[in-house]
Design a protein. Structure first.
Length: 119
C-alpha cells in the first residue's frame, strides 16, 4: 500500500493526493500533524534517504529556529525538532516498499509509480 505522509492544509500535499487520485492509484494519507510522527518513522525514512532531505528548510518554522541552532543542526536534533514541529518535515513523503519520494513532482511521482505498475 502506498502511503502519503503530509499535512491536510499543505497545498503541495493536496496536489500530490489529487495527482494520485487522478491516476487511480490507491493510497492512504497519514497526516503527520494530526496522526502523529514518531522516531521509528523518521529512522525508516532516513535509512532510505539522507536525513537532510527530510528537513524542510523552506518552512516558516525553520526560519523561527534561532540561527545558532540551525547552524548546529544534526540528525538527532533535526528528528527531535520534526517530532515537535511536523511542519519541519519536507512534504509530502510518498512511501511504498519499492521507493520513497520526498517532495512532490509529477514527473518523479510518475517515474516511481511506473515501477509499481510494472510489477
Amino acid at each position: 500500500m502506498l502511503t502519503v505522509y503530509g499535512i491536510k492544509s499543505c497545498s503541495t500535499c493536496r496536489k500530490a493526493r489529487k495527482f494520485l487520485t487522478g491516476k487511480h492509484i490507491e493510497h492512504r494519507f497519514h497526516d503527520i500533524r494530526e496522526d502523529g510522527l514518531d522516531i521509528q518513522t523518521l529512522e525508516r525514512w532516513a535509512s532510505r534517504v539522507k536525513w537532510e532531505i527530510l528537513l524542510n528548510k523552506q518552512s516558516l518554522t525553520w526560519r523561527k529556529i534561532p540561527e545558532v541552532d540551525r547552524a548546529n543542526m544534526n540528525r538527532n536534533r533535526a528528528f527531535a525538532a520534526m517530532i515537535d514541529h511536523p511542519t519541519l518535515v519536507k512534504r509530502p513523503i510518498l512511501e511504498s516498499d519499492e521507493f520513497i519520494a520526498v517532495g512532490f513532482s509529477e514527473k518523479r511521482f510518475s517515474e516511481y509509480l511506473s515501477k509499481i505498475i510494472r510489477r
